[in-house]
Design a protein around this ligand. Structure first.
Ligand code: PMP
Length: 362
């Protein structure tokens, strides 16, 4: 096993080694790491809901005991699915244990040999893995470049049975938004299915990224949301037609062969949904404040601060840590260019955001 040590040492030499940090507090705007209290500018808990856990959740016990298709399908799963479908304006929704599993499962179920998937170059790792698992032809198009995508569709679409266009709505490391209106048009023109990963949009830019473009989902749109970010808990949901839901229940391996989400968690997700509208307003006002403060033009809660290289990212992150802020360095292979990924929540005060910027300016 010497090769493992060798590989890890190589990562260290290139400033690409990763290690875990240990929290001894609940998730939130303030966290404790190694006994140090820090203002957290790194989490996806955009609405500060992750620390909630209600009494009623305990009524369900902690576990679900089986997969949904065996005896792990609780009435509360269906209640949450109905609510999420209503919020995303789709006919149906189907819960998954995580966003990772939803993306991998949906893409590899809807596309197979003889199909083609068009995927934005900055899509999340779970989309990339779903594409790989599908055995379809995968065509990666330059980031948000709809003209190139159209050219590729016109060239390749006719050679394949089914065609999928897959994109993050809010990109997880840059915080920018995909041109969903144009992608929606292309999926209609080229007889394709549009799959949109709404992980960082749900509860941030609205209930759904489609609201930003006044789009209404139709039977060839699939929107995937996660509960582990703004909704504060765990899990994911695939929103689309009732026919799609029926198909996934029958065919999707990451739905069929895994333990259902604990009903206790589902119960808390339902509770958290009630808090979203009020907190989302606060978050949007904080995003606007931070955008004006920094000049970083992000429409979402994610503000990338691109730095020279991996080492600079580590140094800046450490400097902020010493000054009471938690903003980890994000480095390759997660991103091409190293950066600090600053995320704003509804809970941050203006003073905290100003202090962070002051500390960054060294
Ligand atoms: N999609 C995107 C865009 C993400 O950022 C993430 C989480 N980092 C996921 C999917 C995976 O979601 P989950 O954490 O629920 O597995």
């Amino acid at each position: 096993m010497k090769w493992i040590e060798k590989e890890l040492n190589q990562l260290k030499e290139k400033n690409l080694y990763r290690s875990l940090r240990t929290l001894s507090s609940p998730q939130g705007k303030e966290i404790t790491i190694n006994g140090r209290r820090l203002i957290n500018f790194s989490s996806n808990d955009y609405l500060g809901l992750a620390k909630e856990f209600c009494q009623e959740c305990g009524k369900w016990g902690s576990g679900s005991g089986a997969s949904r298709l065996v005896c792990g399908n609780f009435e509360i799963h269906e209640k949450l699915e109905n609510k999420l479908a209503e919020l995303k304006k789709t006919e149906s929704a189907l819960l998954f244990p995580s966003g990772y599993m939803a993306n991998v499962g949906v893409i590899s179920t809807l596309a197979g040999e003889g199909d083609v998937v068009f995927s934005d170059e900055l899509n999340h790792a779970s989309i990339i893995d779903g594409c790989r698992l599908s055995k379809a032809k995968v065509t990666v198009y330059p980031h948000k470049d709809v003209d190139t995508l159209e050219y590729l569709l016109s060239k390749e679409r006719k050679n394949y049975r089914r065609s999928l266009i897959v994109t993050d709505s809010v990109f997880s490391m840059d915080g920018d938004v995909a041109p969903l209106d144009k992608l929606f048009k292309l999926k209609n023109e080229y007889d394709s299915i549009l799959i949109v990963d709404d992980a960082h949009a749900t509860g941030v830019v609205g209930w759904s990224s489609f609201e930003l473009f006044s789009l209404t989902p139709d039977e060839t749109t699939v929107i995937i949301g996660t509960c582990g970010k703004a909704l504060g808990t765990l899990g994911a949901f695939v929103c689309g037609s009732t026919l799609l839901k029926e198909y996934l229940i029958n065919k999707c391996r990451t739905f069929i062969y895994t333990t259902a989400l604990p009903p206790s968690i589902v119960c808390q997700t339902l509770k958290n949904l009630k808090e979203v509208p009020e907190r989302m307003k606060k978050l949007q006002s904080n995003i606007e404040f931070f955008r004006n403060l920094t000049g970083i033009n992000s429409q979402s809660a994610i503000f990338p601060l691109i730095v020279k290289d991996e080492k600079s990212a580590l140094i800046l992150s450490h400097h902020l840590y010493e000054n009471g802020f938690f903003v980890p360095a994000i480095r390759p292979p997660t991103v091409k260019k190293s950066r600090l990924r600053i995320s704003i929540t509804s809970e941050h005060t203006k003073e905290e955001m100003e202090q962070l910027i002051k500390a960054i300016k060294l």
